[in-house]
Design a protein around this ligand. Structure first.
Ligand SMILES: [Zn+2]
Length: 181
């Protein structure tokens, strides 16, 4: 199941590694973390397709046509990019989003340049892919920055409305199936 090819690609999902600004990790470390956490992972691949390191270096962590393992219920129709960073240590008494850590928009401009280049490349291969933050699907704060605001500044448009329309269409389809069933 893991290495299955997707039959459609409707979303490009942006994640963060939920690491601090000083943690210069990459796909190898993320793969180890995923294995330790019992999150699905195989053949040394991460659940994400791309990992953007602090330097802006982009690591291909999983072949783009394959299913990822990054957002339950959406892996069959999405490509996932993970930006390293996005968290800081929690202060005493602070509500923790991840163990010991809270969201922090600590991304570097080099990383955002790479995200821009790769999103453009993904659109060439998958022209209908909608850019969404993980938080639009099933997480409270991943990737710790406002993806659509960034997209607006970077591309002059954003996919918030396209996402809402796509989601509404999926929900309507599901309702129809329920009525028939
Ligand atoms: Zn995420």
């Amino acid at each position: 199941m893991a290495s299955k090819q997707r039959t459609e690609t409707r979303l490009h999902v942006v994640h963060c590694a939920a690491t601090t600004a000083r943690q210069d990790i990459g796909k190898r470390t993320i793969n180890k973390q995923h294995l330790n956490d019992g999150v699905y992972s195989d053949s040394g691949m991460t659940g994400y397709h791309l990992v953007i390191r602090r330097s802006g270096l982009v690591e291909i962590a999983r072949p783009l046509p394959l299913w990822g393992q990054h957002a339950l219920g959406w892996n069959d129709k999405s490509i996932a990019t993970c930006l390293v960073g996005g968290a800081r240590k929690a202060r005493a008494g602070e509500e923790q989003e991840w163990p010991g850590r809270v969201p922090d928009n600590n991304f570097l401009s080099e990383q955002l340049v790479s995200l821009s280049v790769w999103h453009s490349a993904i659109l060439m291969a998958y022209p209908t892919a909608i850019l969404v933050p993980h938080s639009a699907l099933n997480h409270r704060s991943c990737p710790s920055f406002d993806v659509w605001r960034w997209q607006q500044e970077e591309f002059g448009y954003n996919d918030r409305l396209r996402w809402a329309e796509y989601k509404a269409a999926l929900d309507a389809e599901a309702d129809e199936r329920k009525d028939e069933g």
